[in-house]
Design a protein around this ligand. Structure first.
Ligand code: PMV
Length: 362
């Protein structure tokens, strides 16, 4: 597939006004995407678990404009309030996707969105938010072209999500999702995410992700800048090779259920991501003292009990704890007794692998 395959040839139906709603989850990368080139193409492939409870719920209302302009006409309401601050980001997204959804300027759009997780939790909501919006726009397009196949719908939703926020393309489908071209993964593409195309071991179908909220504030350095700093990064090429090789190593691990192999790669990926930040020019650090306290406690707990608990990190200070369902009782006990003390106001979120985005109204 190429980008031009996503340009529609024309529509068979008319559409006046109405609304559609989608609920779309966040995701947590196991092999990280860090570094990109225009237009939102990843420097290396990545793979993530789709989450279940951390979601964005978006309703898109549309009405045909009397005089369609060349500009975009939309209102944005986030958690019940108009949010002019978010509008430029959405306008940039619309500009990027207009070629693929030529009907956009024909409608006035009202986007109403809210997150299931607390607004200021330090959890990036761009993956769930952009995938939910892209899916709503695809539902509009399906009304104009009702013969569109489910496969085409899903693939284009992921393709459009990517143009909003790279990692958002991994939030459309459930389970494990791969984004980025990789020789060992048939069907993988830089343009959109695909479900991991091999059998997944039962253990990894019900994996837990408990997010420890170490710092709920806004990050000092945005992901956008972090990605940019990978362009001339002294270790960039090495890092992109490492991510490719880690995805190759993780592929059989996910099929056979090798927990030790999983832990090794996932933690190495998290620390490599942050090592890139520490060695960028300018350098920066998103981990906080309690991020390191948690990591050290996790390692000690693993050494002492042998439980398969590991951590991963996003571009922030919060820690994602990953563990199999079969060991969850003992691990939750450890989290409550030992780790909650490191969380801001004792806050954490219990999540697990989910089944992907869902349409909530048509
Ligand atoms: O999708 P973005 O531009 O917010 O970048 C996400 C980058 C990481 O979360 C750090 C890694 C990943 O693959 O999700």
């Amino acid at each position: 597939m190429t980008e031009s395959d996503f340009i529609p040839e024309g529509y068979s139906h008319q559409l006046e006004d109405g609304s559609v709603s989608w609920s779309s989850p966040s995701n947590i990368a196991l092999v990280k995407y860090w570094g990109k080139h225009e237009p939102q193409m990843p420097a290396n492939p990545s793979i993530s678990f789709t989450l279940d409870s951390c979601r964005s719920d978006t309703k898109l209302s549309f009405s045909k404009r009397k005089h369609a302009g060349t500009d975009f006409s939309f209102d944005l309401i986030f958690e019940g309030k108009e949010q002019p601050d978010f509008k430029p980001k959405i306008a940039t997204f619309f500009k990027r996707i207009e070629r693929y959804l030529p009907f956009l300027t024909d409608y006035h759009l009202v986007i109403e969105s809210s997150n299931s997780f607390p607004h200021s939790s330090g959890i990036a909501s761009s993956a769930s938010a952009f995938s939910a919006l892209a899916l709503c726009l695809m539902s509009m397009e399906r009304k104009l072209d009702p013969d569109m196949s489910h496969e085409d719908f899903t693939r284009k939703a992921s393709f459009l999500s990517r143009l909003g926020s790279g990692s958002a393309c991994r939030s459309v489908e459930g389970g494990l999702v791969v984004w980025g071209d990789h020789d060992d993964i048939p069907g993988s593409s830089d343009l959109y995410g695909i479900p991991f195309p091999f059998e997944i071991h039962e253990r990894f179908k019900s994996y837990h992700d408990t997010i420890l909220l170490v710092d709920k504030g806004k990050k000092q350095v945005s992901s956008t800048l972090g990605h940019q700093l990978m362009v001339d990064h002294p270790f960039g090429e090495q890092r992109f090779k490492q991510a490719n090789s880690n995805l190759a190593l993780l592929t059989p691990i996910l099929q056979i259920g090798d927990l030790q192999g999983f832990i090794h790669i996932v933690e190495q990926e998290a620390l490599s991501l942050h090592a890139m930040m520490l060695t960028s020019n300018p350098y920066f650090m998103l981990m906080k003292p309690n991020t390191l306290n948690i990591i050290n406690s996790v390692w000690e707990f693993r050494r002492e009990t042998g439980h398969n608990l590991c951590f991963t990190l996003d571009a922030g200070a919060n820690v994602h704890l990953l563990f199999p369902d079969a060991e969850s009782d003992k691990i939750y006990e450890f989290i409550k007794n030992e780790l909650v003390a490191y969380c801001e106001n004792g806050h954490y979120i219990c999540d697990n692998v989910g089944s992907g985005a869902k349409q909530t109204s048509d």
